[in-house]
Design a protein around this ligand. Structure first.
Ligand code: SF4
Ligand code: SF4
Length: 324
């Protein structure tokens, strides 16, 4: 069994944003209280994870977030928080800095109109203010763009933006057809749009000698041609939870394989990993269509299995976003 690198926990359903592409809205219905949250953190540490990622909703809306994060750090975990930045203040930034937290700041655009077309009116100024507060506090942060048809033309500019506001790197992921995004087909990216975006990300990262990463796009290793751009494949060493600690096959899929509070951390990780292996998700020989004869199949494993499943109904069909 592979070691567990990270656990992702949507610690709250509450949000002060109105993003059109939210992957959580409408999916989860209850959040854990402080005592259950502490138990969840303890089980994550017990499972041997290196990192616990607090996502939402908007994690900074949880009043006990500092306590839960401190408990996680005292339990030997590194911590991460994914935030829209609206509640960032000097005090919050210093708290996160003391915890040596990794901070991902959701932005989604390199200009006010594009950012606000996805994150709602007023988001741009609040995000810029958050970036400035974190920069002044000496807190490293990573601006994030979820690539969609609305913002894909700004992918290259987003690398410059991240550099300009003092981000540690520019981070990209692709929209998943989950939560609120599932009902908005206008947001969907085409394979050719993604190919072009990857080329622009590489071009600007090279021109600035500035780092960027692209997540959950295993096939991009064939396209992204830059020493400054890191491409991440599927996170098989990550355990995704929902808001009440149910263990999910992937954070965008509501396929439950257990519950970390009921089963415990080590048992949950063993069960999730066994499920992924048992279903054949790590077996390239099960791939169909163009993936079956692709030279990258042993490393790419057919792209994102969640997207293939959500868009085609089978885990073993090619990822519809693969431009190859
Ligand atoms: S199944 Fe897809 S979304 Fe989930 S971790 Fe793998 S690549 Fe990412
Ligand atoms: S064809 Fe399939 S295996 Fe090849 S790069 Fe695309 S998704 Fe990956």
């Amino acid at each position: 069994m592979a070691p567990l690198e990270a656990v992702v926990w949507p610690c709250t359903l509450r949000c002060n944003g109105v993003c059109v592409h939210c992957y959580v809205r409408g999916r989860f219905h209850r959040e854990l209280g402080s005592d259950e949250g502490r138990r969840l953190v303890a089980e994550v540490a017990e499972a041997g994870a290196e990192m616990l990622s607090f996502v939402g909703g908007e994690p900074l809306l949880r009043e006990d977030l500092p306590l839960l994060m401190r408990y996680a750090v005292d339990s030997g975990l590194m911590v991460e928080v994914v935030t829209n930045g609206f509640l960032m203040s000097g005090e919050v930034a210093r708290m996160l800095s003391r915890l040596e937290a990794r901070v991902l700041l959701s932005v989604d655009g390199a200009s006010k109109p594009v950012c606000e077309s996805m994150r709602g009116e007023g988001a741009w100024e609040r995000i810029l203010a958050a970036a400035e507060v974190m920069r002044l506090a000496g807190l490293d942060f990573i601006p994030v763009m979820a690539l969609t048809s609305f913002n894909v033309r700004e992918a290259g500019d987003f690398v410059s933006f991240s550099c300009g506001v003092g981000g540690k790197m520019a981070s990209f992921l692709t929209l998943m057809p989950s939560g609120a995004a599932r009902g908005n087909r206008l947001l969907a990216l085409s394979p050719e749009q993604l190919r072009h975006a990857l080329a622009e990300i590489c071009r600007v990262a090279d021109s600035l000698s500035y780092p960027a990463e692209v997540r959950c796009t295993p096939f991009a290793e064939r396209i992204a041609d830059s020493s400054h751009v890191k491409v991440w494949g599927c996170y098989y060493k990550v355990m995704d939870l929902n808001s009440v600690g149910d263990v999910l096959l992937c954070d965008v899929l509501d396929i439950k394989v257990g519950n970390i509070l009921e089963d415990g951390g080590p048992e949950s990780w063993g069960r999730l990993y066994g499920e992924r292996v048992g279903m054949g998700l790590l077996d390239w020989r099960k791939l169909r269509g163009k993936c079956a004869s692709c030279p990258s199949k042993t490393s790419c494993l057919g792209g994102c299995r969640a997207r293939a499943y959500l868009e085609t109904g089978s885990f073993f069909n090619p990822d519809p976003l693969c431009p190859i």
